[in-house]
Write a protein that binds this ligand. Structure first.
Ligand SMILES: CC(=O)N[C@H]1[C@@H](OP(=O)(O)OP(=O)(O)OC[C@H]2O[C@@H](n3ccc(=O)[nH]c3=O)[C@H](O)[C@@H]2O)O[C@H](CO)[C@@H](O)[C@@H]1O
Ligand SMILES: C=C(OP(=O)(O)O)C(=O)O
Length: 434
């Protein structure tokens, strides 16, 4: 049993170097599996999801290893099979990228349904629509699915909804398809652009990534190269919010400020003072926080992955705030846990109604997903007494050294390991699970 303890920490202060983006890294690793030569990826975070991918790859003859200097080298020259471990592919969300990446190379992929953060139903119909449009057949079974194709042929695809994952999967599948693929209503996320940039460096012909219309001309093969992943905009946003939470001054270094534009605009509206330089952002949090109304949306709107840390921040803004998650309307697993700490939040039809200003008290809480964990850590920084957070594996799934980064800013936070974790009333961890 492992858990995190957080104690009241006073104003956070200092700077943190933001690691590479988890969501981009997951796509880049799949893309790298398509090259005929080795691909060297820089900045890939050492997180649980990535280690699962390393395991999946190893079982099918693809070597993914981390050098002493932290680069990740992907060599798929030994690829023998695309019958992927069902258990491992169901252990994280974006295993579906292996379909786009490996289908063109071998004609058949057998894979488990995506796992990952299970805050709501997360359909993958648009992924299947892409593969079918390119000429593949998708067979769905109880615990896995199989996608097969004699060959992939370019096509025109209109996404029914804007999806980052299916847009990336379409890039992966279409770059080796014969002819031209047009993607309409495509996601514009930085992770889509990052994947397209790597694929282009490997020899692909993709134009328009970052807009809602992407054109892909199929090529015959992809080559090895060296490429650096973009920084994690979601982690950066959470640290800036933590400055507001603790009335501190936090600088996030090595970031791309435009990736955080909607987040920064909202933080300024709430009252934070934000200073932006070419590759860093500083948040000054010793201000009066104002309540707000926010709806999440696809990039460049306010990210659904930032609404959980924002919920924590708004607990300190006296008055009523409303957060509506338009992307995943039921993604509020953090709310019952924050309530255990004294938060006044009501949930109604995809919105959280937050009555800010109530004092928070430390308690035993459970992180049910990556971002829920961040919001609980943030609440723990300002709650009275100790906050004990279970579900550490969810936090580690998406964040490298989250605890170390918070500690560098002066947070009183630590990781513990031992027997069964028991709350004061004797109940074990299950008692405060979701
Ligand atoms: C590994 C990764 O990058 N994860 C991110 C990615 O997830 P993921 O790529 O799974 O999310 P999508 O961008 O695909 O989802 C956007 C919306 O499209 C819907 N949809 C998606 C696919 C599909 O086939 N059918 C469908 O209806 C979803 O239910 C959601 O409402 O983007 C999400 C939205 O920014 C983030 O919260 C996740 O952190
Ligand atoms: C939802 C997330 O991740 P995944 O899509 O990998 O489950 C996330 O990073 O917040």
């Amino acid at each position: 049993m492992r858990w995190i303890e957080v104690e009241p920490s006073g104003p956070l202060s200092g700077s943190v170097k933001i690691p590479g983006s988890k969501n981009s890294s997951l796509a880049l690793l799949a893309a790298a599996c398509m090259a005929e030569g080795p691909v060297i990826l820089q900045g890939i975070p050492n997180i649980l999801d990535i280690r699962v991918i390393e395991g999946i790859a190893q079982e099918i003859g693809i070597s993914i290893h981390r050098t002493e200097t932290g680069e990740v080298v992907v060599d798929s020259s030994g690829l023998q099979s695309t019958d992927l471990s069902l258990e491992k592919t169901s252990a994280f969300r974006s295993s579906y990228y292996f379909v786009g990446a490996l289908l063109a190379r071998t004609g058949k992929v057998k894979i488990g349904y995506p796992g990952g953060d299970n805050f709501v139903s997360r359909p993958i119909d648009q992924h299947h629509k892409v593969m079918s449009a390119l000429g593949a057949k998708v067979h769905l079974y109880d615990s896995y699915y199989v996608v097969e194709a004699d060959k992939l042929t370019g096509n025109t695809i209109f996404f029914d909804t804007i999806t980052c994952g299916a847009t990336i999967n379409a890039l992966l599948a279409a770059v080796l398809a014969e002819g031209t693929t047009m993607l309409h209503n495509a996601a514009r996320d930085p992770e889509v652009v990052d994947t397209a940039n790597l694929l282009n460096q490997m020899g692909a012909k993709i134009r328009g990534a970052g807009t809602d219309t992407i054109r892909i001309e199929g090529v015959k093969r992809l080559n090895g190269c060296t490429y650096a992943v973009i920084p994690d905009r979601l982690l950066a946003g959470a640290f800036l919010m933590a400055a507001g939470m603790t009335k501190g001054v936090v600088t996030v270094d090595d970031v791309i400020p435009e990736h955080l534009a909607s987040c920064l605009a909202k933080l300024k509206e709430i009252g934070l003072i934000i200073e932006t330089k070419e590759k860093s952002i500083t948040a000054y949090g010793d201000v009066r926080l104002r309540p707000t109304r926010i709806r999440t949306g696809m990039y460049p709107s306010f990210a659904t992955d930032l609404q959980q840390p924002l919920t924590a921040l708004l607990l300190l803004a006296t008055g009523r705030s409303i957060i509506t998650d338009k992307i995943f309307p039921e993604r509020f697993n953090h709310v019952p846990q924050l309530r255990r700490m004294g938060a006044h939040i009501e949930l109604k039809k995809g919105s959280a109604f937050i009555q800010g200003g109530a004092p928070l008290q430390g308690n035993f809480v459970h992180a049910s997903d990556v971002r829920a964990g961040t919001s609980l850590i943030m609440a723990g920084l300002v709650a009275e007494g100790k906050t004990t957070i279970a579900g550490v594996e969810h936090i580690e799934r998406g964040n490298e050294d989250m605890i170390g980064l918070f500690q560098r800013l002066g947070a009183r936070i630590s990781l513990h390991e031992g027997g069964a974790l028991r709350s004061a009333d004797g109940a074990n961890e299950q008692a405060f699970g979701v």
